[in-house]
Design a protein around this ligand. Sequence first.
Ligand code: PMP
Length: 407
Amino acid sequence: MPETATALAPTSPLSDRLLAMTEPATIAMVKKARELMAKGIDVINLSFGEPDFQTPQYIKDAAKQALDDGYTFYTPVPGIPELRQVICEKFKRDNQLDFQPNQIVVSTGAKQALANAVLSLVNPGDEVIVFSPYWVSYEEMVKLAEGVTVTLRGTLANEYKVTAAQLEAAITPRTKLVMYSSPCNPTGAVFSREELGAIAEVLARYPQVYALADEIYEYINFVGEHASLAHFAEVADRVITVNGFSKGYAMTGWRLGYLAARPDIAAACEKMQSQITSGTCSITQRAGVAALRGGRASADEMVAAYRRRRDLVLGIVKDIPGFKTPTPSGAFYIFPEVSAYFGRTAPDGSTINNALDLAMFLLNDARVSAVSGDAFGAPECIRFSTAAADEKLVEAFGRIKASLAKL
Ligand code: PMP
């Protein structure tokens, strides 16, 4: 082969886009925990954002019925008409928001709804303000769209919630989108109506800026009121509201989420989805119709358990020195600030330099898997899921406390 041809040979067949992307740290940590479990080591997995409840029976029954009815064909890309209709009814009932079915796009999980919106709105070089700590995939989705992530950190004293003043100071002529989750994964913070009202007031002054409000944890809320940014008329037509079934209805494996937006934005998201996945699973969508028609009673039962577990864990964690843990108002995580342990020496002589080292130490010593805050834009924190049985949580945090005492 001539020398020039050798020189030009690519070293990797993979795209720059792919190489720039990182695997979600949550998934990476679960992989490590599973490796240890496969060796017979008893690991308590608190790294995944997954309800430990079964999907309610009435929803499973609807899926069985769909199969028996032979409901096995392609569906319209943005979702079956019945489901888009009940999603509108849900928005009216739970959020006092008026949407028409042509404003709803049903997707393969809330994750795809978020990706559709980011890819449909963000041009290369556009700035996307992401409230931090943030859910792991936001930054990677922005990267995929060749946008520039601008993270904004709330203070621990304010439960890490970003304020309207912080937002205003970060907006530039290049800002296109603002992204956040409330209730928040990983912090559990919930924006109040007043806080979102102040954010809406800021956004109203910048008509080029859109907002992606991730409300997937809506039902898992311990403070009562769930507020939506779309509620504020001055910005409603620039808000894309994302929600789904994974958390509230314990339907992670079914892959069902949706967004609600202005008709032209919804149409854009439909177009994006039409070339990537088409409509999501027909059977899942029929199950989704049943889920929403059943209201939120099943979710309320699960929420009672999540609240009990949160309190149980906070009760143990308050006696762990060096853990600064705001009380989560929603979702099913605790997110302590753990920097007091940085610089300490483990029994094997290694130094705990950061949250990743601490998470690895806890995995190896306490045999509890958790996720380092780096993945969420908060490298001084660790995220523990509290979506596990009470006795597992007691055991896990007992072990964590004992292991940390060795540092
Ligand atoms: N947003 C947040 C904040 C999440 O925590 C998750 C799931 N971990 C998702 C979106 C994606 O949910 P889905 O399973 O519906 O894709």
